[in-house]
Design a protein around this ligand. Structure first.
Ligand code: ATP
Ligand code: MG
Length: 423
C-alpha cells in the first residue's frame, strides 16, 4: 500500500564538507532529481565522520521523515564510519555479505590485484535485513534498510560518479514504486540574449489559460533557464499541459530559446554545424581560448571544430592571423574592425565554413570612457559575409570572459539558424 507523499531528509557525512573543502554537490543532484519526482526535501544536514554523530542524526531524522538519504563515508578506511553509525541508529547488527565480498575481490582482480586487503571486507558489512544496492562504478555498495513502521534509510557512497547512477538505479525507482508521488511533468527551456525582466514581460500572458502549470526562472550566467512544472492527477493530461505551455513559450521567445532540457550552447552549435556539414574555427583574444573550450566540451567536436587560435598581443594578431599592424594601431585591438579581421582571417587561414573573432576588455584595468571594461566585439564570418556585434558584459574578469565566450557561440548559433542548409 502506497503511503502519503513522503517526507524526505538528506544527511551528508564528511569533515571535508564541514570544513568547506568540498561542496555537497551530491545533495544538489539528488534534490533536483527529487524535485522532478514531485518531492520537496524537508531538511538537509551535514555531520562529521564520527559514528556517534551519524547515529544521532539518523535517529533524529527518522523521527520526522519517511525517507532518509545518507551519503558518504562508505569506503574501507578508518574514517569511513557511516555503516556503523546507521546500524547503531537502527539498533541492528552488521552482517558480512559473502556475495559482496566476492564481488569486491573480483573487482580487485580485474584491476590486477590478486590479494585484496582485508580492510576492504568492511565494505561488505550491512545492517541485517538491508537490501544491498550495487555500485557499477566502485567497490562500495550502498544499502537500504526499512524500519518496522515503514520508514526507509538509503545509504550511498560519496564520490559523485558513484552516487549519481546509484540514485537513478536504486532510489528513484523505489520511491516511484513504494510511495505515492504527485503526478508531475517537468520541462526546461534555455534562453540566451534576453534578460530576466524582459523575459518576464514577454511571457506576461502566462499561463495562457492552461491549468495546473508553474513557471520558474533560473539565471545561468549568462542566460536564463525556464522550468515548466505541470501537476495534476492524470498522467496524460499533465504531460499535455506541460507540452502546450512549452509550445506557447517557444512561440513567444523564438530564437532566444537555444535548447531544451540541460543541453549546452556548445552542443547546440555543434549539432547545427553537423546538420549543415559545416566547420568552425575561432580567433580569440580576451576569452583566452574559453570559447574553444566550450565547444570541445562536446564529444565528437572534431567532426566540425577545427581550431581556436588565441592571439593576445598585437604581435600575435599580426604574425599568426595577419591582421595589419596599421589597423591595430589606428583602431585599437578592441575594435569592430579588428574583430571582423580576426573572424575573416581565421576562416581563410583554416579553410573552415565559419570563423568567429572575439576581442574585448575583460578588466579590471584597461577600460576607458569610450571603451569600458566589459566591452567585447564579436564577429561571425561565413562565405556570405561578416556580421559584427558590439556587446557589453558586467561582472568580474572571469565572468566577463565567460559571458563573452557564450555570447559569441550564441551569435554563431543565430547565424546558423538563419543560414538554414549547408553553406
Ligand atoms: P570512498 O570509498 O571513495 O572513500 P566514501 O563513500 O567513503 O567513498 P567519502 O569518503 O565520504 O565517500 O568521500 C569520498 C570523496 O567523494 C570525497 O573526497 C569527495 O571528493 C566526494 N564526496 C563525498 N561526499 C560528497 C558530497 N556530498 N558531494 C560531493 N562530493 C562528495
Ligand atoms: Mg571515504
Amino acid at each position: 500500500v502506497k503511503q502519503r507523499a513522503p517526507v524526505v531528509e538528506a544527511i551528508a557525512v564528511g569533515n571535508e564538507i564541514l570544513s568547506g573543502d568540498i561542496l555537497d554537490t551530491n545533495f544538489q543532484y539528488m534534490a533536483r532529481e527529487l524535485r522532478d519526482l514531485g518531492i520537496d526535501v524537508a531538511r538537509h544536514l551535514t555531520v562529521p565522520d564520527v559514528k556517534e554523530r551519524i547515529a544521532a542524526q539518523v535517529t533524529e531524522s527518522l523521527g520526522r521523515a519517511d525517507v532518509v538519504l545518507v551519503t558518504g563515508g562508505l569506503g574501507p578506511t578508518a574514517d569511513d564510519t557511516t555503516r556503523y553509525g546507521v546500524a547503531d541508529a537502527l539498533g541492528l547488527e552488521l552482517h558480512k555479505d559473502p556475495d559482496t565480498v566476492e564481488g569486491i575481490r573480483e573487482r580487485f582482480r580485474r584491476f590486477g590485484i590478486a590479494d585484496m586487503a582485508v580492510a576492504n571486507e568492511v565494505q561488505a558489512l550491512f545492517p541485517e535485513g538491508s537490501a544491498i544496492l550495487d555500485n557499477p562504478n566502485g567497490t562500495a555498495a550502498g544499502f537500504r534498510t526499512e524500519t518496522d513502521d515503514g520508514r526507509a534509510v538509503f545509504v550511498l557512497p560519496g564520490p559523485p560518479r558513484e552516487l549519481r547512477p546509484m540514485f537513478g538505479r536504486h532510489v528513484a525507482p523505489w520511491l516511484e514504486a513504494n510511495r505515492r508521488l504527485p503526478v508531475i511533468a517537468v520541462r526546461r527551456l534555455r534562453t540566451l540574449g534576453i534578460g530576466e525582466s524582459m523575459l518576464a514581460e514577454s511571457v506576461a500572458a502566462w499561463p495562457f489559460g492552461i491549468q495546473g502549470v508553474d513557471l520558474g526562472y533560473y539565471p545561468q550566467d549568462p542566460g536564463v533557464d525556464l522550468k515548466v512544472t505541470a501537476r495534476g492527477s492524470d498522467r496524460a493530461a499533465v504531460n499535455a499541459a506541460a507540452d502546450r505551455a512549452v509550445g506557447r513559450l517557444r512561440d513567444i521567445l523564438g530564437e532566444h530559446v537555444y535548447a531544451a532540457e540541460r543541453i549546452s550552447i556548445g552542443r547546440v552549435v555543434g549539432d547545427l554545424l553537423l546538420a549543415r556539414k559545416s566547420t568552425l574555427s575561432l580567433a580569440e583574444s580576451c576569452t583566452g581560448g574559453l570559447a574553444g573550450s566550450l565547444v570541445t566540451d562536446t564529444p565528437g567536436a572534431s567532426a566540425w571544430f577545427d581550431a581556436s587560435i588565441v592571439t593576445y598581443s598585437y604581435d600575435a594578431k599580426e604574425k599568426l592571423l595577419g591582421i595589419p599592424r596599421a589597423l591595430l594601431e589606428s583602431k585599437g585591438a578592441v575594435s569592430e574592425e579588428v574583430a571582423r579581421a580576426m573572424a575573416e582571417a581565421v576562416r581563410n587561414l583554416r579553410g573552415t565554413d565559419y570563423g568567429v573573432g572575439i576581442t574585448g576588455i575583460a578588466g579590471p584595468d584597461g577600460g576607458s570612457a569610450e571603451k569600458p571594461v566589459g566591452l567585447v566585439y564579436i564577429a561571425v564570418s561565413d562565405r556570405n559575409g561578416t556580421d559584427s556585434f558590439r556587446t557589453s558584459h558586467a561582472g568580474e574578469r572571469v565572468t566577463i570572459q565567460r559571458r563573452a565566450a557564450v555570447t559569441a557561440l550564441d551569435l554563431l548559433r543565430r547565424r546558423l539558424l538563419r543560414t538554414g542548409g549547408p553553406t
